[in-house]
Design a protein around this ligand. Sequence first.
Ligand code: ASP
Length: 337
Amino acid sequence: MQRRKFLELSSLGLSGLTLPLFSYKNVAVKKPIVISTWDAGIKANKAAWEILSKNGTALDAVEKGVMITEDAISCCVGLGANPDRDGFVTLDASIMDHQFNCGSVAALERIQHPISVARKVMENTPHVLLVGEGAQKFAVASGFELKEQNLSKDAEKAYKNWLEKNEYHPVINRENKGHGPFAPNTLEDGSYNHDTIGMIALDNFGNLSGSCTTSGQGFKMRGRVDDSPIIGAGLYVDNEVGAAVSTGQGEDVIRIAGCHLVVEFMRQGNSPEIACKKAIERLIKVKGLEKCKDIQVCFIALNNKGEHGAYALHKGFNYAIQNSDYPNKLFDSKFIL
Ligand code: ASP
């Protein structure tokens, strides 16, 4: 009877309020741990691990970790990334801690570390999200340097190519295809390009935090904002359960409030992998299979026991993990289509 009651409450999403999680109660907590999207996560995790392994906080780890990717000048995250269709690099980022504190920025230009501005929004304002000119003004007032409006060499080349055709359509795993549909698969140093990095960490104190930073899709409409700075869509953290972060077609992650959904599926007792899978299934249900054929959506998740998982719509997504078992390992995500 009690189980039936629990299942009824689960379907209403109320189980976490009224009954404790039962399916993980005997699992030993594995901490610290950090996971992040795509193979750029390998380098980013290392920076996060520096902090986590010295008893630092998950919040510091997820900020400093993704800053490495924002700094990589020929990467699709940060100022080296592809511009929008008007030729401007506009950046989106969000951060969330274990106490539902969160901050984000969208359409931010000429600032090297949007993730740090997002953290300042969280810590120094009564708001969650600042956009565009206002976000930039806040960043400068907070001491961030206003950089020149210059495209990186790779981005300039890709933009010129793009201008010739002027096409705009989603490309599955474009993150693994370089700067937009016309770009080479790999960078000069042999690494892949990505236009989002999402990271989640669990620290030695048992606290989770997450971060997400992106230039968004290259050659997007001016003013377009993706899922990454939308709390609940591109990132969500609930310390009582777990955290999730996404990459892929932002509009479709927003449509299903993706990361909040993953966390709620974990609250119902699902493992991180199954929770991510269920969110992908939800997307297929609401959007229809046919319309999912040309888009990629991926989630990674970590619960408060240190268990991790991922799922994607299509093949080709991977995520990096670092903890005491894995110095820094890349996992291939399972996928549905
Ligand atoms: N979510 C990003 C966007 O929609 C891109 C990505 O993660 O690949 O622009």
